[in-house]
Every structure is written in structure tokens, then in C-alpha cells.
Design a protein around this ligand. Structure first.
Ligand code: TXA
Ligand code: MG
Length: 316
């Protein structure tokens, strides 16, 4: 069922049922973080391996203290600047956060989603919500209630419809070293430039593909079902000339392929707009019945870094 009733959503969650929640980044598949059976059912619904930990979502910064033992100075600065918002903090967990949520790690990932409906929902329950993106494991994240319904509708009692996600790409995940240096574990909806305005230089971790520090970093992720190639579209097109081709372009149509089989991420060349359109574009291209999808990188600035990261993973 799809609707906008936060009281019904709250009731489902209290009863240990799953609810898909809108956020500014992507839709989540939420359960009461303190109800282990409910948390387990998230892994089943998504077909997600339990070694992949989950983000805890709460309503405000002061609540975070209920779940973590230590809030470093830089973590506090980032929380003050960007929460609610597309930022997830990795902080040392209290025992009330179960190992199933952190996959055995001593650190819990916490975020406050910046979406009016979900914030209101969080204020109406007395437990935090743990939620991965509401897609089958490995597939493209959903940025509308319709996307969620299309793939997990039969497994989720209620989808809270909050419209289309305004940011469109998952949250930026940051952790902190012993010396409180900020490390980016996942590029996402908050740009590195914005982080650096508040805490100075940050380190962007790049992980080996077989043993990622954050399992969502598995190289093959966010993948459409159609073979997906990334690079210079003219070169790729020459290579796949004999195939029925779909194009994912940044700001301009590619000559030589019919318009109907092309999607432009941002006609005005904005990486922020491109981020908002990215996952819906991948889904649309995947539904086109083309044999291959050819895509190009976007400018590597602002949210462009996170877009290029997702494109690489879609192509892996
Ligand atoms: O924007 C978002 O972050 C969305 C919305 C729904 O909040 N959530 C999301 O969740 O993208 P998910 O599960 O699809 O991705 C969360 C990532 C995973 O790659 C997971 O490995 C990492 O966060 N993660 C979660 N807890 C962690 C922990 N304790 N240590 C390291 N990585 C963690
Ligand atoms: Mg995900």
C-alpha cells in the first residue's frame, strides 16, 4: 500500500513491520532499530547479506547521544552544519545498538534525513529507524515511491509517499580517525567541497573492491540489468555500432541515436540537477529494451564526484 499517513506508518513500525520512508537522498526500507526480528526482515526483503551494516535514522542531533559513546569535535561541527541533511556519521556505538545493525563493527552509521514527512514520523515514534535504500541488493536505489513499489511492493506493508527525492543520491558517509581527521567512506549527496568548508581538508578513502571498508562500496553496485558502458560516447558508439543503443548523457544529446533512446541528466549542465535525475534515468534506460547503455562521466566537481562514483559502479 502507498500513502501519506505517518500515523499508519508509525503503527506498522511499532508492530515490527517494514515501512518504506522518503528521504531527501533516496527512499529507505525502515524498521524499528530496537526490534531484531524487524531488522532481520529488512535483510530478507532486500536479499541483502547480513555482513552489510545498516544506517540508523533519528529525529535530531541530541538523540544521537543516546546511541553513541563519543561525539568528536569535528563530528559535532559537521552535525551542526549539515544535520538534518545528506550526511551520515560513523561514531562509536553504545551497547543499545545491536551488532546485527553494525555487522559487528564498534561504529554505528547515523543520519538525520531532511524530509518533512519522515522527520514528522520520527518525532511520532520512540525508537530510531534502521534503513538501507529500498532496492533489491545490488540494484539502483529508488528516488520515488513508484520505484519502491515496482520492485519491493509485495514485500513492504506500507510505502510512505513523500514525492521525488530532492537530492537523489545516497548520503555522504564520513568517519573520524583517532586524531579526529575526517575520512569520506562513501561519496554522496553532500559534496566534498561543502564538508571542507566546515572541517578543512578531508581524506577520500578508496577501497579495494574485494574487501571494502564499507560494504556498499562493493564495486558492482547500483547496476542496471542492461550491459552498461562508461566513457567517451562517440568512441563507445563506434565500438557498439551493431547494437541497439541507449545513451545517458550529461547535458547534450548525442547525434546518431534517436532522441527516444537518450536521457540527458541536466540540460543546463548542473551536477546537482544531474544527481537528482541519475537513478530515475538509469531505471528508464533499463526499461527501454536496448541492448547496451552508453554513458559519459559528468564534471568531477560538487555532486559530480558522487555521480561518477555511481556510474563506475554501474559499469563494473
Ligand atoms: O542516503 C542514504 O544513506 C540512504 C537513505 C535511505 O538514508 N541509505 C542508504 O543505505 O544508502 P544503504 O544501506 O543502501 O547504504 C548504507 C551504506 C552501506 O554501504 C553500508 O555498508 C554503510 O553504509 N554502513 C552502514 N553502517 C556502517 C558501519 N557501521 N560501518 C561502515 N559502513 C557502514
Ligand atoms: Mg543501498
Amino acid at each position: 500500500m502507498i500513502g501519506k499517513d505517518i500515523y499508519y506508518a508509525a503503527q506498522c513500525l511499532r508492530e515490527g513491520k517494514l515501512v518504506s520512508i522518503p528521504t531527501e537522498t533516496v527512499y529507505g526500507l525502515a524498521a524499528n532499530a530496537f526490534d531484531l526480528d524487524a531488522v532481520l526482515s529488512i535483510f530478507h526483503a532486500k536479499n541483502r547479506p547480513t555482513f552489510n551494516p545498516l544506517i540508523v535514522h533519528c529525529a535530531n542531533v541530541s538523540q544521537i547521544n543516546d546511541f553513541v559513546t563519543h561525539f568528536s569535535p569535528n563530528a559535532k561541527k559537521l552535525a551542526a552544519a549539515f544535520m538534518p541533511g545528506p550526511l551520515t556519521l560513523l561514531l562509536p556505538k553504545k551497547p543499545n545498538i545491536h551488532d546485527l545493525i553494525t555487522a559487528g563493527s564498534e561504529k554505528v552509521a547515523i543520519r538525520i534525513p531532511n524530509h518533512a514527512l519522515t522527520l514528522e514520523l520520527l518525532q511520532n515514534i520512540d525508537f530510531p529507524l534502521t534503513a538501507p535504500s529500498a532496492n533489491p541488493f545490488g540494484y539502483i536505489s529508488p528516488t520515488s515511491a513508484k520505484h519502491v513499489a515496482a520492485q519491493l511492493g509485495d514485500k513492504i506493508p506500507y510505502i510512505l509517499d513523500g514525492g521525488e527525492c530532492s537530492v537523489g543520491i545516497e548520503s555522504t558517509i564520513v568517519g573520524f580517525t583517532e586524531a579526529d581527521k575526517v575520512q569520506v567512506y562513501r561519496l554522496g549527496g553532500l559534496s566534498v567541497e561543502d564538508l571542507e568548508k566546515v572541517v578543512g581538508n578531508v581524506e577520500i578513502l578508496s577501497h579495494s573492491d574485494d574487501k571494502p571498508a564499507t560494504p556498499g562500496r562493493l564495486l558492482s553496485h547500483y547496476a542496471p540489468k542492461t550491459p552498461f558502458y562508461l566513457g567517451n560516447i562517440t568512441d563507445l558508439f563506434a565500438q557498439y555500432a551493431d547494437k541497439k543503443v541507449g545513451i545517458l548523457a550529461f547535458s547534450q544529446l548525442f547525434e546518431g541515436v534517436v532522441k527516444e533512446n537518450q536521457i540527458i541528466l541536466s540540460g543546463q549542465g548542473s551536477v546537482t540537477e544531474a544527481a537528482r535525475n541519475l537513478f530515475a534515468a538509469l531505471r528508464s534506460l533499463d526499461a527501454l529494451n536496448v541492448e547496451v547503455i552508453l554513458a559519459e562521466f559528468v564534471p568531477n566537481e560538487g555532486l559530480g564526484k558522487a555521480i561518477n562514483d555511481r556510474l563506475r559502479r554501474a559499469a563494473a
